[in-house]
Design a protein around this ligand. Structure first.
Ligand code: MG
Length: 463
């Protein structure tokens, strides 16, 4: 049973005691705080907020609470119903709303839910606004408006078809070129909203779709995080059906992973790498990912003259900020998150699918042949459990000074870029652990590097 309050929203398990789980009262408290923030930002203005949700079993219950609370705070609501995270973000932009709330716990299992909070650009609240919401949620001294000033539902309408049309209208999406290839595609959307929108998008692109786990019941057919160990079923179906590729999305459809024709993973890290390769062919510009993402993006960016790569701290809001600062034309996160600012500043699996298929259609090679055109890196992801006596800041400072002759980046933990590999050490924002991510040209080398740093950390702790 857990309730995690952070600047990016509130996340917790359904059921149990108030303040220790995502109970109805916690939802109301947090939604009220969010409404107050948006109202404070827009004094004397009638406020409209978009509400969307993924297909989680608790989605309808939380949606009712969020909608009712917004109305009670005097905010008008556009409710787009079952919608993806990127679709809800686009609805905020398209309807010119003042903000948005997405009801989804992303890749977390079925007992979880969360509120993701958006600003008027359909982007996540920044650090300062997130902190204000947290503070306001603790302050119950606030008067709700009286009867003449409560909000109303101004629109209750699906947005998924509009979002798909917006994606297909992008200049770099060539619908005709993809249609001609008549790709056979297997989709696994873990029985959430991706099961509706991804097949609909693929049909517009002339693909033959084999849908598995595409009923939006919220009964996740497997652990919803799109990692290889959770994707054995689609792997088998792609091979058996002789499909060109498989497509996997998480429950709120901001993460995208591909399966190759041989049933093996294209690997989540390479979703952004491939899409970036396509975008850079047509649009010269910079790229951004977070510090924990594959070096392959930096390598691919370097293939294009005048284009450069920059790393951001972990978290979509940090990546988006860096993309704006560097004028990046494509960016995202190694977890299969593609951000294409031509449409909007949010991870969007639909954009990823449409750009990727246009690219793939023009190449005339198989997925596994395409994969070989990218530098091969292997990542090892480890963690050390923290106990109260461990001083993480001291550990990171010691490591940083020890490796000061190397390329060190300390904007988010400590990342050391060696010539042939890298290590990134960072404290988790949500769990009492230090994450140790390494990447190298072989899996064995990545594991060895991780072991070396784990033992270094253990020695520092003992000293
Ligand atoms: Mg997600």
């Amino acid at each position: 049973m857990t309730l995690i309050k952070s600047i990016s929203g509130i996340r917790g398990t359904i059921g149990g005691a108030l303040g220790e789980n995502l109970t109805p009262i916690d939802v109301v408290k947090f939604t009220t705080a969010y409404a107050r923030l948006i109202k404070d930002k827009n004094p004397n203005k009638r406020i409209t907020v978009v509400v969307g949700r993924d297909a989680r079993i608790s989605g309808s219950m939380v949606d009712s609470l969020v909608e009712g609370t917004l109305l009670g705070t005097g905010v008008d609501v556009i409710n787009v119903g079952m919608c993806t995270t990127p679709g809800t973000e686009m609805a905020v932009i398209t309807h010119k709303a003042d903000g948005g709330i997405i009801i989804t716990a992303s890749h977390n299992p079925r007992q979880w839910n969360a509120l993701k909070l958006l600003n008027e650009r359909g982007e996540f609240l920044d650090d300062a606004e997130g902190k204000q919401v947290l503070a306001m949620a603790e302050d119950v001294e606030w008067d709700y408006p009286t009867i003449d000033n409560i909000g109303k539902v101004v629109l209750r309408e699906d947005f998924n078809a509009t979002h798909i049309a917006q994606v297909l209208a992008l200049k770099l999406v060539d619908v005709e070129a993809v249609r001609k290839r008549k790709f056979k595609v297997v989709v696994d959307a873990v029985n959430s909203i991706g099961g509706v929108v991804i097949p609909a998008l693929l049909k517009e692109l002339g693909c033959e779709v084999i849908a598995i786990n595409c009923e939006p019941t919220g009964e996740f057919a497997h652990n919803p995080e799109p990692l290889p160990e959770n994707l054995t079923e689609i792997s088998e179906v792609v091979r058996r059906e002789g499909a060109d590729l498989g497509i996997v999305v998480d429950p709120d459809v901001d993460r995208l992973a591909f399966v190759m024709e041989n049933g093996e993973m294209f690997v989540e890290e390479y979703t952004l790498v491939a899409v970036a390769d396509y975008v850079l062919r047509h649009t010269k510009g910079n790229t951004v990912s977070n510090l924990s993402s594959s070096r392959a993006l930096s390598d691919v960016t370097a293939r294009y003259e005048g284009c450069s790569y920059a790393a951001a701290a972990v978290g979509e809001v940090n990546v988006v900020k860096k993309m704006k600062d560097t004028g990046a034309v494509i960016g995202g996160e190694g977890n299969g998150g593609v951000i294409y600012p031509e449409l909007h500043y949010g991870r969007d699996a639909l954009v990823g699918v449409a750009l990727f298929l246009t690219y793939f259609a023009g190449l005339g090679m198989t997925m596994s042949e395409l994969r070989k055109t990218f530098p091969a890196y292997y990542a090892s992801k480890n963690k050390i459990q923290l106990t109260p006596e461990i001083d993480v800041d001291k550990i990171l400072a010691t490591i940083k000074s020890r490796y000061s002759n190397e390329r060190v980046n300390d904007i988010d933990g400590v990342k050391i870029d060696f010539a042939e590999n890298w290590v990134h050490l960072r404290k988790s924002n949500t769990e009492p652990i230090i994450r140790i991510y390494t990447e190298a040209k072989t899996m064995a080398e990545a594991d060895t590097l991780a072991k070396r740093f784990i033992s270094e950390i253990e020695q520092i702790c003992k000293a």
